[in-house]
Design a protein around this ligand. Structure first.
Ligand SMILES: [Zn+2]
Length: 195
């Protein structure tokens, strides 16, 4: 059989089994997407890169034929993307609580126009220096007594965000101190200990 003949037979088969092939292909695509999402995504990206012109042309035609449907599809895509982004952000926060708290501190420092900055490595070193204990009450940090970063001179009172102005305290000491100056806080603690 010649090559030409084989191609003819194939083409004829595709022609007469069009619907069946379409369904089979759709099922195959769905299965790959389910079982090997990474592979499917890579293939999608490669396909789009290779057929960019043709896909753009198709998109333009579709928009012309049914602008309302195109707008609706666009809106759905944006919504889906938004949900996906939110979900990713949520997951990231969950997986990287440390970075997340650091980012929150940076934002707060920025809001107060604080000078200086610090690194996670400096905070880690400080934690070692404090022996994993609260700088105020001396309690050992644990999951039920989680460490928090305290600004010795509060940001709201012009305190800096550099490591010299930071210490680790337990959450209850940190919130009790709030924005009191070191002196005010020392007085209150002295009174408390006397009682
Ligand atoms: Zn404490």
């Amino acid at each position: 059989m010649t090559r030409q003949r084989r191609l003819e037979i194939k083409a004829k088969y595709r022609e007469s089994h069009r619907e069946k092939l379409r369904v089979a292909n759709r099922e195959y695509q769905a299965r790959i997407r389910r079982e090997q999402p990474d592979r499917a995504r890579d293939a999608d990206i490669a396909y789009k890169a290779k057929n960019r012109e043709r896909l753009n042309e198709y998109e333009r035609n579709r928009r012309k034929l049914d602008p309302e449907a195109a707008r609706e599809a666009c809106r759905r895509y944006r919504q889906k993307n938004l949900d996906q982004q939110r979900e990713r952000a949520r997951l990231y926060t969950k997986l990287h609580p440390e970075q997340n708290r650091a980012a929150a501190r940076r934002r707060r420092a920025l809001r107060h126009g604080a000078t200086g900055s610090h690194t996670q490595a400096q905070l880690d070193a400080l934690m070692l220096k404090q022996g994993g204990r609260c700088a105020d009450c001396g309690d050992q940090f644990s999951p039920s007594t989680p460490p928090t970063v305290d600004h010795i001179v509060a940001l709201s009172r012009g305190g800096s965000d550099s490591i010299e102005n930071l210490r680790w305290t337990c959450r209850s000491c940190n919130s009790a101190k709030y924005n009191k100056s070191p002196l005010e806080w020392a007085r209150i603690r002295a009174l408390r200990e006397r009682c």
